[in-house]
Design a protein around this ligand. Structure first.
Ligand SMILES: Cc1ncc(COP(=O)(O)O)c(C=O)c1O
Length: 386
């Protein structure tokens, strides 16, 4: 598998254990970007010459690739964005900003990434709606005020899943909609929007072996129709007058300006790659590596692991050693892990710690990577005279 990732040819000594931050790019994603720039570089939805038409066709074909990936009813429901953060801001502003009123409630979990928290805080300021948070071990309960439930499918800090079936059933009970932050799910767990019954899904290409600068917002058509664009200009218009404009159809009304064409093509190639590998294999690989990591970490009695479930992601602290020191020393040895609050400061506040060291796997990782990590973790411990 590692041979499919050119990064490792250039960086054979790097042990990359930070795929939750960003994955390495698969060869076909890099190839798709390069092909666009070298073979058909033209703007989309504008030119009438063959090369521009080819670029447009390839770009639009990625909507169908995403539709199949999500088992969505229609490719018109696939909106291209720059990534999860932009997708979530679009739902929060464009949909939440339209329907929320004073007294309405948005329900989140305590472990949301800032990208699925701050946009809702901004909407609350504008609408007078309020936020409520479900704690880690708390039952998911909506009430008559709950209009939007916005949850991560997989915590980027703990590796813990949210029981989406339960969340959707509870939201349906009160007529609330469910926004799924699938930034971490997308590379680890299958997402079938019809089976899950969610209403909006957001994810980023760069966390699933594709380029940065591309992502998706999928939404149910009737909800996308009710969603207002949050950026004006370019393809999102139908007609423009001096004093007003009318919007294009869904999904184009959300795609203002020249899009990140090469990145979207790269994302399409990365999604096809993931589908070829298959989530059965991906999940088996995640489970095997995580089991091994936990076994090896249990050799160290001064390591505390957070959470009970770890899908490709595990956070820990080492007694009396700051997580930044752990990550910096590992970094000097070529071991890339993440340290800090992982953009989940409220979760850290809840757990009463400033941050953790986080290990996260991609499909290129092996047990040898875990062995290398352990060798140097032991060195870190020795350095701090344990
Ligand atoms: C759960 C989760 N949500 C949202 C984001 C934001 O993604 P992006 O920075 O690609 O917009 C991340 C990134 O780490 C994440 O892990």
């Amino acid at each position: 598998m590692i041979s499919r990732f050119p990064f490792f040819k250039e960086n054979s000594n790097v042990v990359y254990l930070d795929s939750a931050a960003t994955t390495q790019r698969v060869d076909v994603a890099l190839g798709a970007e390069m092909d666009f720039y070298t073979k058909m570089n033209a703007n989309v939805h504008r030119g009438l010459y063959p090369m521009a038409e080819e670029a447009t066709e390839k770009y639009e074909a990625v909507r169908e690739i995403v539709r199949v990936f999500l088992n969505a009813p229609s490719s018109d429901e696939v909106v291209f964005t720059r990534g999860t953060t932009e997708s979530l801001n679009l739902v929060a502003q464009g949909y939440g900003g339209m329907i929320l009123q004073e007294g309405d409630e948005i329900l989140l979990t305590i472990m949301e990434h800032h990208s699925n928290l701050v946009p809702w805080q901004m909407v609350v300021k504008q609408t007078g709606a309020k936020l409520r948070f479900v704690d880690l071990d708390e039952e998911f309960k909506c009430n008559d005020q709950t209009k939007i439930v916005a949850v991560t499918g997989l915590s980027n800090t703990l590796g813990q899943r949210v029981d989406l079936k339960k969340v959707v059933a509870e939201a349906r009970r009160v007529g609330a909609i469910v926004v799924l932050d699938a930034a971490q799910m997308a590379a680890h767990l299958p997402i079938d929007v019809q089976k899950l019954g969610v209403d909006f899904v957001a994810f980023s290409s760069h966390k699933m072996y594709g380029p940065t600068g591309a992502g998706v917002l999928w939404g149910r058509r009737e909800l996308l129709e009710k969603t207002e664009p949050i950026m004006g200009g370019g393809d999102m218009i139908r007609e423009v007058y001096l004093d007003h404009s009318t919007w294009n159809d869904v999904p184009y009304k959300f795609e203002s300006g020249t899009p990140n064409i090469a990145q979207v093509l790269g994302m399409g190639a990365a999604i096809e790659f993931l589908r070829e590998v298959g989530f059965d294999k991906i999940q088996a690989h995640d489970e095997k590596l995580m089991k091994y990591l936990k076994e090896r970490l249990s050799e160290l009695d001064f390591v505390k692991i957070f959470g009970d479930e770890h899908v490709g992601i595990l956070s820990f602290i080492m007694d009396d050693i700051h997580n930044h020191d752990v990550a910096a020393i590992l970094g000097e040895k070529g071991i890339c892990v993440r340290a800090g609050h992982h953009c989940t400061m409220p979760l850290m506040q809840k757990m009463g710690i400033p941050g953790t060291t986080r290990v996260s796997f991609g499909i290129y990782n092996t047990e040898k990577d875990v062995d290398d990590l352990m060798t140097f973790l032991k060195e870190v411990a020795n350095k701090f005279a344990r």
